[in-house]
Design a protein around this ligand. Structure first.
Ligand code: AMP
Length: 499
């Protein structure tokens, strides 16, 4: 068994961002003779990192025993490093083993199965029999079938092989004509393939390589019976590859019937930031936040670095002064501080000589300090995505991270948005003296606090906050807080530029 974590592949993370994130890969490369009766869900806990084996993982396509024209095509595609599923599956598949792959789209699984298959077609070229296929790839949707077909084309661009696509919603005749002389590779969706089989357009007894892709989706779409019928038409002697994002009982059962003595590879997307960081919310009155913060800072002393987030630059400054006046060493970084000032502060923080950093969202974006063990959201961001960025400042490089958010009744809606975005309920910390039970109870019942509106606490308040109409001497403010004239035409009048 080995645990590899060697690839920088793209993965969607919360908030719609794409990050370069390593996929942990779990692989059970043992021969498991009883596997047919013993398909087990890979258990991440059971797989420990094993140093020496790690070196066996190919880190470049050059190390893989693929034919030169395939490597050339990969180089032309700009592929240099195999993704974890490719690094692990390709050597196994080149040996002729069956494979159970627990992986989703986006992990590079198409190349993981198509490269060894193309290699086999290249090293053992044979004329396919009439109305027959040497390779059958079964996939649930047209879009996937088309993508797979395109992948075969691009990875096999320097090879000679015949390939055709079969799915519903388009005319049958071109498909029949394409299959008539026999094909090397047939990429198909189950329903239409079964129609063709029933009408004698294709028969599957010559299939040498069978790929069942996205099995979980296949079952969700109600293709189980069709798949079983297709599998029944395949020859016993074949190499089978089975890919699914999950291994639910029904899927395991199907895998039993298809695979023979398979190796299994499981690629789990790395946990999202929100899953990695230990989070809590303190429901608290606006006025009590500072005292609560001082308590948290006192508890945190000697336990690592802390970032306190403030929504505004002014707020960050004030807060920093207040923290300092209570004997804690803190400095602020925000847009009003000069670049050298910010850099000096950050250097001290990184070195660990400054234990507390007070920051605004924008200033903290690039802060990558691995010893940050606590993030405190003094006030909640008005954009939920910012929350994910904030808490992502802790729990870096495998370290444990904690994030505590203070939510006052006025900010309740921001908090609701955050939980919606991360699709998690953030545990409520009731262990402090300032716990706001009324707000906690409203939240638990899914009721928005009456004090909460989206404008609360943001810089741009509706209706001003600057003293009202009377003080503006005939002017009032527009919703952006800018002055506008009270005369009917005044607001639209263009100002002439001064020369
Ligand atoms: P898949 O999971 O097969 O749909 O692949 C996801 C995307 O990753 C596709 O756009 C592939 O072209 C790309 N891809 C697959 N393998 C590699 C690789 N080794 N290096 C770079 N890109 C890759």
């Amino acid at each position: 068994m080995l645990f590899v974590n060697n690839s920088a592949f793209s993965l969607r993370v919360l908030g719609g961002n794409i990050s370069s994130t390593p996929f942990p890969i779990l692989i059970d490369e043992r021969l498991v003779p009883g596997f047919q009766n013993n398909l087990v869900e890979p258990n991440p806990e059971a797989f420990l990192p094993t140093g020496p084996l790690k070196n066996m993982t190919p880190t470049s396509f050059e190390e893989l025993a693929l034919a030169a024209p395939i490597k050339r095509a990969l180089a032309e595609q700009g592929y240099s490093t195999p993704s974890p599923i490719q690094a692990q599956s390709i050597p196994i598949l080149l040996k002729g083993r069956d494979l159970l792959g627990i992986a989703q789209t986006g992990t590079g699984k198409t190349a993981a199965f198509s490269l060894p298959i193309l290699n086999a077609l290249h090293t053992n070229p044979q004329r396919p029999r009439r109305k027959s296929a040497r390779v059958l790839v079964l996939t649930p949707t047209r879009e996937l079938a088309t993508q797979i077909s395109q992948s075969f084309d691009s990875y096999g661009r320097h090879l000679r092989f015949k390939k055709t696509l079969v799915f519903g919603g388009v005319g049958k005749n071109p498909q029949i004509r394409a299959m008539q002389p026999g094909v090397d590779v047939l990429v198909a969706c189950p329903g239409r393939l079964l129609d063709h089989m029933n009408e004698g357009d294709i028969e599957l007894s010559g299939v040498e390589y069978f790929v069942l892709d996205e099995v979980d989706r296949m079952l969700d779409m109600g293709f189980l019976r069709d798949v079983k019928k297709i599998v029944a038409a395949l020859p016993k002697k074949r190499q089978s590859l089975f890919f699914s994002a999950t291994l639910a009982p029904q899927i395991k059962e199907l895998a039993h019937t298809i695979l023979l003595n398979p190796a299994s590879v499981s690629i789990a997307p790395e946990k999202t930031t929100a899953e990695k960081v230990d989070q809590a919310v303190c429901f608290v009155d606006k006025e009590s936040k500072k005292d609560l913060l001082l308590n948290h800072l006192a508890e945190q002393q000697g336990k690592g670095l802390t970032i306190v987030f403030s929504r505004t630059k002014h707020g960050a400054n004030k807060l920093c002064k207040s923290i300092n006046s209570h004997g804690f060493e803190a400095e602020a970084i925000h847009g009003n501080r000069s670049q050298p000032q910010r850099e000096r502060t950050l250097t001290k923080f990184k070195k660990g000589t400054l234990p507390i950093l007070v920051a605004t969202d924008v200033a903290a974006r690039g802060v990558d300090v691995k010893d940050v063990t606590l993030v405190i959201n003094m006030d909640l961001p008005n954009e939920a995505e910012a929350y994910v960025h904030r808490i992502g400042r802790t729990g870096r490089a495998g370290a444990t991270g904690h994030a505590v958010s203070y939510c006052s009744p006025e900010e309740h809606e921001f908090f609701i948005d955050i939980e919606k975005l991360i699709q998690q309920k953030i545990p409520v910390d009731i262990s402090h003296t300032y716990h706001h039970e009324k707000l906690a109870s409203l939240h638990a019942r899914g009721i928005k606090s009456p004090e909460s509106t989206r404008d609360n606490g943001s810089k741009t308040r509706k209706g001003g906050g600057g003293g009202g109409r009377g003080r503006q001497g005939g002017q009032n403010r527009n919703p952006q807080g800018q002055r506008r004239s009270s005369t009917p035409s005044g607001g639209n009048r263009r100002r002439r530029r001064r020369p």
